[in-house]
Design a binder for this molecule. Structure first.
Ligand code: PRT
Ligand code: ZN
Length: 285
């Protein structure tokens, strides 16, 4: 039987979270032990451990069928592969930054300046779109020290908390790209591999939908139910069960994690009591 080959980052920021996602999808695999390839005993998948920068090429060439990388690596690679799913973890942004003492008034600052980056393709597209003429100095690491050693007037690098920029005396001035981990896929998968990928995607979506939602249970007087049902934008209509207490019901529904605190206040105001919010492990839509 054919198997799907998935490429994951061997050691880095995406490694652990990629493996956790597969585990949450019920896919088991032996403890790597430094091996470059390992097979799952309970799902038709082989895992290849690679450097993230090599993954787009391997997927394009069919050495791997799918892979997990940052959107930044996907776009920079310019390989002919597709994004099958955005995965929601390892979020960061690719930003332009300049020394903090610079009086920055807009993108024009970069005209005829040197900008150091490991993302020359993304940056040159960005400058072209914004009609900026700058020299891009390509370096592969420690981009943030370039201004202080006189290599460039600005940098374009990944930022998450901003503390690396801060501790190097730089300030973020423009966001070039928002990025997160994505599942990339070859454009020519055989039908049997496509079927395995569909199964994998079904599981990934169930896991990620669950993370974005909470299960909510509450008690309310029957007179308050119509108002409460309006407040709760559940998957379907909520489940309502009568309580032993005369004229009261228990209501169960699903709410988005992001709306949670706003909705709680409205529910209390509408007469809800004993509100319980619990995590959902898997959610099939
Ligand atoms: O060895 P290999 O080539 O496989 O790994 P790598 O060193 O190229 O990549 P790695 O493990 O550092 O990052 C993998 C992916 O994680 C990136 O391609 C991004 O999609 C994502 N990611 C998320 C980040 C960050 N957040 C991040 N903060 N990648 C890098 N950084 C670095 C950034 O380059 C800068 O040096 O962290 C520093 C900034 O962080 P803050 O928190 O100080 O702003
Ligand atoms: Zn890398």
């Amino acid at each position: 039987m054919s198997k799907l080959k998935i490429a994951l980052q061997k050691a880095g920021r995406l490694s652990e979270k990629s493996l956790v996602l597969l585990e949450e999808c019920g896919i088991k695999f032996p403890n790597g032990g430094g091996k470059l390839i390992t097979e799952s005993p309970n799902f038709p998948i082989d895992i290849l451990f690679l450097r993230d920068d090599d993954i787009p090429q391997y997927v394009e060439q069919g050495v791997a069928d799918v892979g997990i990388i940052g959107e930044n690596v996907f776009l920079e690679s310019r390989k002919d592969i597709g994004i099958a799913e955005k995965l929601g973890f390892s979020a960061c942004r690719l930003s332009l930054a300049v020394p903090k003492e610079v009086h920055y008034t807009g993108l024009d600052f970069f005209n005829h300046k040197r900008v150091a980056t490991s993302y020359p393709n993304i940056l040159s597209d960005y400058f072209q779109r914004h009609k900026i003429t700058a020299t891009i100095e390509v370096i592969s690491g420690s981009v943030e020290i370039s201004p202080s050693i006189g290599l460039a007037e600005g940098i374009c690098d990944l930022v998450s908390s901003g503390s690396t920029l801060f501790s190097n005396g730089l300030k973020e001035v423009e966001k070039v790209l928002s990025s997160q981990a994505v599942l990339v896929s070859s454009r020519n998968l055989a039908a049997d591999k496509q079927a395995i990928l569909a199964k994998l995607l079904f599981r990934i979506r169930a896991v990620n939908n669950a993370k974005e939602n909470k299960y909510i249970l509450l008690n309310a007087p029957n007179s308050a139910l119509p108002r409460i049902e309006d407040i709760l934008p559940g998957m379907n209509s909520p489940t309502i069960l009568p309580l032993a207490k005369e004229g009261w019901s228990s209501l169960h529904s699903v709410i988005g994690e992001d709306k949670f605190w706003d909705i709680i206040d409205e529910l209390k105001a509408a007469g809800a009591e004993g509100i319980l919010v619990v995590p959902i492990e898997k959610m099939i839509l």
